[in-house]
Design a protein around this ligand. Sequence first.
Ligand SMILES: Nc1ncnc2c1ncn2[C@@H]1O[C@H](COP(=O)(O)OP(=O)(O)OP(=O)(O)O)[C@@H](O)[C@H]1O
Ligand SMILES: [Mg+2]
Length: 248
Amino acid sequence: MTALLTAEAVTRRYGSLTAVDRVTLRITEGERHALIGPNGAGKTTLLDLIGGATRVDAGRIGFAGRDVTRLGPARRARIGIGRIHQRPAVWPSLTALENVEVAAWRRVGGLRGVATPGRFRGRLREPALALLDRVGLTEVATSAAGHLSHGQRRQLEIAMALAGEPRLLLLDEPAAGLSSVEVQRLVTLLSNLSREVSVLLVEHRLDLVYTLADTVTVLHDGRHVATGGPAEIRDSPEVRRAYAEAVR
Ligand SMILES: Nc1ncnc2c1ncn2[C@@H]1O[C@H](COP(=O)(O)OP(=O)(O)OP(=O)(O)O)[C@@H](O)[C@H]1O
Ligand SMILES: [Mg+2]
């Protein structure tokens, strides 16, 4: 299988703390790869390194056959790395629909697209509405994003990321703060996502991880502990030890 993303021995330090310590990760085309580990393991930092929000101190990141280690987050987004954050990032004064349209304008027209929305808007409205429908937000399409619940903002951020037509979707705890109905909708959405999109999912809810992931990587204290299929990871003594240490 072709590798879409390769992170090779990536390291990120904050002062004397090594948040991510020589981690190597490979995601193939279409794969659903979950990243788990106790609080502070370095999961969000690793997503930041892959998305380009944070620069590596050492190591290399390759995406779709090119070295992206030195590219900023906007360039990485344009070549297909989409991201949702641990805290949903939406434009609060725009409606839900406008948020998705802005995300799509960026893809079709870059900043020019945002500055001259009239040229693009007609083409983008229908796909944006379809995306809102997929994440269950049709009824609040014309509400300001700032007035949506936490769960709805999280769903909106997923619709925005999908509007960018990513080849790799980075999801940081998408189920956090969602109601059980919203979690079910999220699972359906991710299960039905085209295999043209690869997914790197950070999630504390292991039931979701074992349902959705083809491969699971475990981090602990910034280090790689194990990578394997869900069953293998669930039964791994090494993984149990990493979690047990964290709760002690
Ligand atoms: N900007 C920063 N400045 C200083 N330390 C940071 C910074 N970002 C992360 N850290 C530290 O790096 C370590 C890894 O943090 P990170 O947020 O990546 O963990 P995580 O696995 O996502 O945890 P959680 O499950 O709680 O979200 C933690 O010890 C954290 O305090
Ligand atoms: Mg985190």
